[in-house]
Design a protein around this ligand. Structure first.
Ligand code: G3P
Length: 233
């Protein structure tokens, strides 16, 4: 977790939505990474056993690392959740927004284990996540947009509803597709935004920054060359 976080309480936390270790290392190096979210689809791309993969990630990231349980059955999800928490103290157990997932989530919270309720597509579902005391709720903005609905509208409604109720569950904007999703999540007061590496990478870019930087470098080199020419004369 960035130490500057303490100086700016309430600011948007930036998470990577990936299990790809090289990308995680790059974002750690940039100094902007607050945490990681993974899901079974992302883990499947990496060719490592799941526990080993989560251990590798928690070795690199001190902020929350969401690792998802996969079962149709609450008892089995609870068992997997307890097991995942033995990997590292910063593991957050991700449970799906299903009846069994919420049942398992409530029991994990009761046992003192932080959870992230995932696959959230409505404010009603977000209310259930807050009701069981989830640490995070993950509305999937991009997938809402994909079916022609308003992902940012959903985020705004959840943030407003949580504020009205004083819920402490953090709103983690997920399934983000582009920098505008991140900017709007910040503007609306989301607590965290999780994004693919490509989206985080794009947050840096502006053509005028590149043009300005090239010009500064060019002028600096000319300036140094002129000084060394004068010294020799
Ligand atoms: O990890 C959950 C979520 O962010 C998935 O995003 O891009 O697969 O819709 P996406």
């Amino acid at each position: 977790m960035r130490e500057s976080r303490d100086l700016y309480g309430g600011t948007l936390k930036l998470f990577l939505d990936t299990a790809h270790l090289a990308d995680i290392e790059t974002a750690v190096r940039w100094g902007i990474l607050d945490g990681i979210t993974t899901n079974p689809s992302l883990a499947a791309k990496e060719g490592l056993a799941f526990r080993d993969l989560i251990r590798e990630i928690t070795d690199r990231v001190s902020g929350p690392v969401s690792a998802e349980v996969v079962s149709p059955d609450a008892d089995e999800m609870v068992r997997q959740g307890h097991d995942l928490r033995t990997i590292a103290d910063n593991v957050v157990v991700k449970v799906p927004m299903t009846r069994e997932g919420i049942t398992a989530g409530a029991r994990l919270v009761e046992a003192g284990i932080p959870i992230n309720v995932t696959l959230v597509f409505s404010t009603a579902q977000a209310i259930l996540a807050a009701t069981i005391g989830a640490t995070f709720v993950s509305p999937f903005l991009g997938r809402v947009d994909d079916i022609g609905n308003d992902g940012l509208g959903l985020l705004s409604d959840i943030v407003g509803t949580y504020a009205a109720q004083g819920y402490e569950t953090e709103v983690l904007a997920a399934s983000l597709r582009h920098p505008v999703h991140v900017v709007e999540a910040a503007r609306m007061g989301a607590d965290a935004a999780t994004m693919p590496f490509a989206v985080m990478d794009k947050l840096f870019d502006h053509p005028l920054t590149d043009i300005g930087n090239e010009r500064f470098n060019r002028d600096w080199e000319a300036y140094q060359a002129a000084l060394s020419g004068r010294a020799k004369a």
